[in-house]
Design a protein around this ligand. Sequence first.
Ligand code: COA
Length: 273
Amino acid sequence: MTRTFTPAGPGRDTVQLWFCPNDGLDEAIGSLLAGHWLDEHEHETARRFLFARDRRQYLVAHCLVRRVLALETGTPESEATIWRTSRGRPFLRPLPAGSPADVPGLDFNLSHSRGYNVVASARGRRVGVDVECLDRSAARGFGPIVESFAPEERAYLATLEAGGERDRATLRLWTLKEAYAKARGLGLGLPFDSFAFELDDEQGVLGFRPPADDTADRWTFAELRPRPKVLVSLAVDRSESTAPRRLLLHDGFPWSRTSPCEVALPARTPQYV
Ligand SMILES: CC(C)(COP(=O)(O)OP(=O)(O)OC[C@H]1O[C@@H](n2cnc3c(N)ncnc32)[C@H](O)[C@@H]1OP(=O)(O)O)[C@@H](O)C(=O)NCCC(=O)NCCS
């Protein structure tokens, strides 16, 4: 069954972020929704988790994706057909042109980590997103992460005081790199030392050295803190040099189209470094 209305979503100049902690979706309701909404691949993946907390994270994240797609396309959550590229990037199966639920160029990307989930969505441009907790350093060392960075990023980190300041900058770089690699659809298949960011505490991303097959002026990057210790980085394709103008942040499980909060997007293009 397909709903008969045409989805009234935001325009191509708008990027949306849908942030939802696990506790934004009641556990019993989440299990019920997952039972109805998720497809066989998602059920099979959920069954393979050894720990209940990891399964719960996966179920909330995937209910969130399907809810966002339903709001964006007007198609019921269980009817979205999600395909994956050979590198694992999920995308919505294209529908025949003219079908009521067809939203040409709709792109989305999911990230989930330690109780937090975020989906980015946009029309006519690629998006990539990554979420990490700033206290992650307490649980794991950053050594292997930093070793994967570009030389100029490692040199920058070495100038920072060990501990809080350096850990925060490391996670900022890491989430930006993941967001970019995920927007490209390459994930960890893209060597993290083949591109570099230059950061500023106040102004976010100042510079970007892209990999050899890309250009810096194609991208807008944004960093958000939806919770004091939660860092979200977003990479948005400027698509034929039209920059995205608006970023809307939804907080909590999106049961309805409640008013999101508008977040400023950096207007400038990151300079080559
Ligand atoms: C994508 C990747 C960087 C995720 O890193 P992560 O920080 O551990 O996890 P995140 O929560 O931020 O993102 C995971 C989500 O990204 C999405 N994703 C998976 N592969 C992706 C890709 N290549 N590009 C963009 N997004 C991807 C998925 O929605 C995934 O969640 P799901 O598995 O629950 O559906 C990493 O898993 C990766 O590189 N995967 C690709 C592996 C690969 O190249 N496989 C080749 C095919 S065999």
